[in-house]
Design a protein around this ligand. Structure first.
Ligand code: GLN
Length: 280
């Protein structure tokens, strides 16, 4: 214990690097421990840490090196310009999902005034809150099957002063008889056998994989879309980089038109949308 007392900022950061923590992550963690902006660290390399700060930082570095997402340690993550509180009950929002939000915002410009929007499987509330913030006249609802996730999302909404209707629901189960102009979802879509899952062990499994081929949640959502979209309304889904063809087929089988896919920040097919045109 006495060995960590008296350690400088510079030494603490060097120790974190040696423990396998990314340089920027180490700076962000130490800045949070010291309650200083990151830039302060760079000009104060000789400043000494209190023993409790050094211990706290070392403990965080151990967790980060073991793969705990930075957002869980810091307790927050930025998404579409909003700072969201996150904990282990919710998936960490990914920048790739901003593609889905931006696409929905484009479509919402063509929708009637005060469109009804819903985010299925909202987790931290990221998608729903980003829409409510960027398109204030929309009436936004959001569901999650996890009550703990709904609590996180609701608290984010209150903190940000954004009104969203939060509902506990297994996909469409609590939405009988309700229709929307835009339905969005970033559901669990990682296949059960995908080796990538092992690297995501700290995030809720329920948010990552529905088991099997990874498509079950996407199937449920696509199948229910005709009963829950207004005429001319859109369904937008995030999916795995190798699932675009399968998701396009699901949307066409459900009777949606104008089916199209967009790529994420890395250029991989990541979001697929389709429009519901009620038969005349
Ligand atoms: N995009 C996440 C990942 O592969 C998975 C999110 C999800 O299943 N919806 O890291």
């Amino acid at each position: 214990m006495s060995r960590v007392a008296g350690i400088s900022v510079e030494h603490a950061l060097a120790g974190a690097r040696a423990a396998g923590v990314d340089r920027l992550d180490a700076q962000l963690l130490l800045a949070a421990v010291l309650d200083r902006p990151r830039a302060w660290l760079l000009a104060h390399g000789d400043e000494l840490l209190e023993p409790a700060q050094a211990q706290g930082f070392a403990a965080w570095c151990g967790e980060r090196a073991a793969g705990v997402p930075l957002a869980y340690l810091l307790g927050e993550k930025e998404f579409h310009g909003l700072t969201l509180h996150v904990d282990r009950n919710v998936l960490v929002p990914r920048p790739d999902t901003e593609t889905l939000v931006d696409w929905a915002l484009e479509l919402l410009r063509e929708e009637p005034p005060r469109p009804k929007v819903i985010d299925l499987g909202t987790g931290s509330g990221a998608i729903a809150l980003a829409i409510a913030h960027a398109h204030p006249e929309a009436g936004v609802s959001a569901t999650d099957v996890s009550g703990a996730a709904i609590d996180v999302a609701r608290a984010n909404g209150s903190r940000l002063g954004l009104a969203v209707e939060w509902l506990q629901s297994d996909w469409w189960s609590a939405l009988a008889g309700r229709r929307f102009d835009v339905v969005l979802s970033n559901p669990p879509y990682v296949a059960e056998a995908d080796p990538h899952l092992a690297a995501l062990e700290y995030e809720p499994r329920l948010a990552l994989t529905p088991g099997g081929d990874g498509l079950d949640a996407l199937r449920m959502i696509a199948a229910g879309a005709p009963q829950h979209l207004h005429d001319g309304g859109w369904l937008l889904l995030e999916h795995g980089h190798d699932q675009a063809g399968a998701v396009q087929s699901l949307l066409r089988e459900a009777g949606l038109r104008q089916v199209a896919t967009r790529v994420d920040l890395a250029g991989r097919p990541r979001c697929t949308a389709g429009q519901w045109i009620a038969a005349v």
